[in-house]
Design a protein. Structure first.
Length: 355
């Protein structure tokens, strides 16, 4: 296609072929452009567009400040156009254009993945991705707008400020370790605890505090000191489960305000001071020794009681006594050798009678 100019003023288009003109003062010029390149680029493009000579051969775009254009050539995405004037030849290739209003800051399109990979996307779009097992909290100009599920999202640059805060929705553990806490009876303990939680309200989790994990850590610290400080050492050591439940109930109330759900709170380790540990070991040793002594006395008493009962039974039943004697002699006779020493007169007769 030929673009005809006279005195730098656009005069019209010249189709393929030979054209003659009378130009004694060399005031005319013709710029030849290839229509195989759909986009027409020319320094006098505004004059060419105003002449309306392109109506039958090209698609003319005049994008305002709040408009962007998505261009497909031969049903393949070509580029994103910023504000300005554009001309696409339509005689050689199929050109399709979508005009987008960027006052709607969030850009959603069925071909977003393809569009986001184009050359102009980095200049015109803010593209972000919400990863698996996460949620994104969308703020536009500082105001909460929506909670985004995992996927690819894009926002137009230059209109409003869009910000996406990602939150991990998986179950997470916070270690609250090395806490030196004094009990009600003035014993200092070192406590290691663990809190397992997950985010159930992403909006609260990113707006109630700057760091939800750190906030939960601090809250658990305070609860440990408040609960353990009202208990004596013996009560704490004998009923740690009740203490953990009180801690969990207190932490759970605060966690709900932060958009969290507490799965469990547990005390992992209790570390006593060195001298207190030795003292506790001595107390435990003394207690176990007393228990062992008591058990021995009980067993001894039971054995004596059994012997007394057996003696009474033998005394009241001569036949049973005789059977007992025979059992004793049977045990003696079962040996390889039996020696009987008789020293009293008449004892031999009684032994013979027994045998």
């Amino acid at each position: 296609m030929g673009l005809q100019f006279q005195n730098d003023e656009f005069r019209g288009l010249l189709n393929a072929g030979t054209h003659w003109s009378f130009d004694p003062f060399s005031q005319e010029r013709v710029d030849i452009v290839s229509m195989r390149e759909p986009l027409l680029i020319h320094e006098k493009l505004d004059l060419i567009v105003k002449s309306e000579a392109l109506k039958e051969h090209a698609l003319v775009l005049d994008l305002q400040d709040h408009e962007r254009a998505l261009v497909w050539i031969e049903n393949r995405f070509s580029q994103i156009l910023p504000p300005g004037q554009y001309v696409y030849w339509t005689d050689q290739k199929e050109v399709r254009v979508e005009i987008i209003d960027t006052r709607e800051v969030r850009f959603d399109h069925v071909d977003l993945k393809i569009i986001a990979r184009s050359n102009m996307a980095n200049r015109l779009l803010d593209v972000c991705s919400v990863e698996r097992d996460r949620l994104g909290v969308l703020f536009i100009d500082g105001r909460y707008v929506d909670t985004l599920t995992p996927g690819l999202y894009a926002f137009w640059l230059g209109q409003s400020e869009a910000f996406v805060a990602e939150t991990d929705m998986r179950e997470t553990m916070v270690d609250v370790s090395g806490q030196d806490i004094m009990t009600a009876d003035k014993v200092t303990l070192r406590i290691n605890a663990a809190v397992t939680y997950k985010v159930i309200d992403a909006h609260k989790a990113v707006t109630q505090t700057d760091d939800v994990r750190q906030a939960l850590y601090r809250e658990t610290q305070l609860v440990l000191r408040a609960v353990l400080g009202t208990r004596e050492l013996d009560v704490f050591l004998t009923d740690k489960d009740a203490l953990a439940k009180d801690i969990e109930d207190s932490v759970r109330r605060r966690a709900t305000e932060l958009g969290l759900e507490i799965a469990s709170v547990g005390i992992r380790d209790v570390i006593l001071p060195g001298e207190m540990k030795d003292l506790m070991n001595k107390v435990t040793e003394a207690r176990k020794a007393a228990e062992a002594n008591l058990i021995a006395r009980r067993e001894e008493t039971a054995a004596i009681r059994s012997q007394v009962n057996a003696a009474k039974l033998l005394e009241e039943n001569p036949v049973l006594m005789r059977m007992r004697e025979l059992e004793v002699l049977e045990k003696i006779a079962s040996k390889n050798k039996l020696n009987i020493v008789l020293g009293e007169k008449g004892l031999a007769d009684r032994v013979v009678n027994l045998l």
